[in-house]
Design a protein around this ligand. Sequence first.
Ligand SMILES: CC(C)(COP(=O)([O-])OP(=O)([O-])OC[C@H]1O[C@@H](n2cnc3c(N)ncnc32)[C@H](O)[C@@H]1OP(=O)([O-])[O-])[C@@H](O)C(=O)NCCC(=O)NCCSC(=O)C[C@@](C)(O)CC(=O)[O-]
Length: 325
Amino acid sequence: MIKINKNFAFQKIKRCLSNFTSSNVAIVEVGPRDGLQNEKQNIPTDKKIEFINLLSNSGLKRIEVTSFVSPKWVPQLADAKQVMKSIQRNPLVRYSTLTPNLKGLDDAIEVGSQEIAIFGAASETFTKKNINCTIEQSLKQFDQVVQKAKLNEIPIRGYVSCVVGCPYEGHIKPKIVCNVVEKMLEMGCYEISLGDTIGVGNPKTISDLLNELKLVVNNKMDLLAIHCHDTYGMALVNIVESLEHGIRVIDSSTSGLGGCPYASKNGAAVSGNVATEDVVYLLNSLGVNTGVDLDKIIQAGDFITNVLNKKSNSKVALALSCKKN
Ligand SMILES: CC(C)(COP(=O)([O-])OP(=O)([O-])OC[C@H]1O[C@@H](n2cnc3c(N)ncnc32)[C@H](O)[C@@H]1OP(=O)([O-])[O-])[C@@H](O)C(=O)NCCC(=O)NCCSC(=O)C[C@@](C)(O)CC(=O)[O-]
């Protein structure tokens, strides 16, 4: 079981952030970061900014804007500073960025990130491919980032990727995930997002994982979030399973865009995140309050898919647009 310092200031931030009743769920919109990071075509910076501005006015409270990573590794997000500096910030929204190391953190601080995310994994091979180190080395590096972020009073989110499966190592045992989650929480992350990076989870594997994680977090499920990719169409059932286990924070990407560039084995297509439109529709139909305006998310999705000249991966956006026409 993790040792969490109850007086730790970030616990307070966590409570403010997730002021849910049991019928409320928070959505973390990762479209501008996860959704766009793997796009090969040039996306003009002003279009990214316009996309984020549309999302900012949709009722979302948490938007992951971009990443402060090496532009050699993720060229699409090389304009991270400009994007962060130019978006119109809605005071009701918390804008976060990914930071793998101190350089990333310094950049994030410079442009006023209100939250940062460190990103580890439960697979050695994926960790090496994604951030060029071992899991142990990654945790040491993250610890430096977390200590400095704490000094700057910036809340830290942690990602753990490959929580049920890895493109290189196959099935991942819950025990390995529990170990990384525990270390990141002890370090000072206020929340860990569990990434089914290649969308191979199903309700059984997600349930098995969450049952083991409950022991790690001492049943405090508000320390966890779920981040599903929809490769086999399992994302929504996995989200329902997670809700039943007490998870109340869901990551999603408008239009279902996205995927990690380093999760693709032998150049295979990386599948998108679960679509925000589909998650909002699901939660609305369950009577769960998200505060998010579905029509506004669909508009933001129409905007970015037009920029990308792509069809939306959201079934809900498609169904509602057919209804209109
Ligand atoms: C971690 C590194 C940097 C190590 O990369 P490295 O090559 O081992 O690091 P390095 O320290 O040797 O640096 C190499 C170059 O990058 C520069 N550099 C170094 N750090 C930074 C920085 N922060 N910002 C800007 N530049 C940086 C550094 O200055 C140097 O520049 P050079 O001297 O060659 O000109 C690299 O591997 C990297 O950037 N990886 C990022 C990969 C990534 O962003 N993946 C996608 C996000 S994870 C994901 O999508 C999964 C998730 C979160 O969504 C959840 C899920 O679905 O499971």
